[in-house]
Design a protein around this ligand. Structure first.
Ligand SMILES: NC(=O)c1ccc[n+]([C@@H]2O[C@H](COP(=O)([O-])OP(=O)(O)OC[C@H]3O[C@@H](n4cnc5c(N)ncnc54)[C@H](OP(=O)(O)O)[C@@H]3O)[C@@H](O)[C@H]2O)c1
Length: 312
């Protein structure tokens, strides 16, 4: 079967660049939006040039130029957007409404994957403000997609390993300490951790898979469904040393929200839902979803204990 042509929007981003690489590795004709606004951002330009060397097509365009988006979209079969969606980087989720308009007008897209890649926003209607803003925004985009009748796949990728495993599940830390850790409550609530390259690989696998049409892919690698305590134990085993441990109750954790800037409040709220409430694992995947490691058992995903080895 011929591989679909894929346009990646947000291709120089943290996740986007991995999606571009996974698309190229899987043999898809790969197009990357080259936004005029990046101007003299030499890092982005060099990333784009490295994609070009690997065979990607760079397509110039801008969110401020509807025609340029339509023209870019007309060259491909599938659009994957990995635009930023958290305030500590910048939340641009609603810009995707422009992409939805362009996809609608182009009329040729057989699958659109909007920028999601986290908790399932459809299950976060109860989330704390202001942490809920990205979930609400993602739901606005979903509604626009579905109202326009655009075929879609949503990817619920759970915790990016780089942020959550690296920091032993502590907000504001991305490298594991060799001395101490703060446990969130009893630290026994199960979360799900996924290497970002694996997220990109699973994402690309859905593209030509009819089982994923108009469905949500939940990435739940079974050996990576772990509590904070289990992540810490894996690290302790690797370094051959027990960390000194403190812990923070849910009341104290939530009290920290007051007076913080928006990005910190959002981060704290997300950590609350993941590590105290258990929002990643407290539901069964229903009819509208599929689990990635069951659908694609041929993928050897990165285990948390192996991911941690890079920090030793
Ligand atoms: N599950 C998790 O643990 C987790 C963690 C973080 C993020 N996420 C989610 O993953 C997705 C991608 O996040 P990320 O951190 O990879 O994103 P990112 O690196 O912050 O940004 C991705 C891209 O967004 C584009 N962008 C940023 N500002 C823009 C603007 N003003 N106008 C147009 N484009 C703009 C840029 O695209 P160009 O390449 O065109 O410059 C940028 O490279 C989001 O939906 C986010 O919510 C999940």
């Amino acid at each position: 079967m011929e591989k679909s042509r894929i346009l990646v929007v947000g291709g120089t981003g943290y996740l986007g660049r991995r999606i571009v690489r996974a698309s190229l590795d899987d043999g898809h004709p790969t197009y990357v939006l080259y936004r005029r606004e990046i101007g003299v951002d030499i890092d982005k330009v060099q990333i784009l040039m490295s994609f070009k060397k690997q065979g990607a097509h760079l397509v110039e365009g801008s969110f401020s130029d509807h025609r340029s988006l339509v023209d870019a979209i007309k060259q491909v079969d599938v659009v994957i957007c990995a635009i930023s969606g958290v305030h500590f980087r910048s939340n641009q989720i609603l810009l995707q409404l422009k992409l939805v308009d362009a996809i609608k007008e182009a009329g040729n897209i057989k699958r659109f994957l909007p920028s999601e890649f986290g908790m399932d926003p459809a299950r976060m209607g109860h989330a704390l403000a202001p942490g809920r803003v990205p979930f609400d925004d993602k739901m606005v985009v979903r509604k626009a997609i579905e109202d326009a009748g655009i075929p879609f796949t949503y990817v619920s990728a759970n915790c990016f390993a780089g942020y959550f495993v690296g920091g032993l599940c502590q907000l504001g830390k991305i490298v594991p300490s060799r001395d101490s850790v703060c446990l969130l409550g009893d630290a026994n609530v199960k979360a799900i951790f996924v290497d970002e390259d694996d997220i990109a690989m699973y994402t690309i696998k859905t593209i030509d898979d009819p089982r994923m049409l108009n469905k949500t892919l939940y990435i739940r690698p079974p050996e990576n469904i772990l509590s904070q305590r289990e992540v810490v134990e894996a690290w302790e085993e690797l370094i051959g040393k027990e960390l000194s441990k403190s812990s923070i109750s849910v009341e104290d954790f939530l009290a920290n929200l007051k007076g913080q800037d928006l990005a910190t409040q959002e981060g704290l709220a997300h950590f609350y839902h993941i590590f105290y409430e258990g929002c990643l694992t407290n539901f069964e995947i229903g009819d509208g979803g599929e689990e990635a490691s069951q659908l694609y058992p041929e993928v050897t995903y990165t285990r948390v204990k192996d991911y941690l080895k890079q920090y030793v």
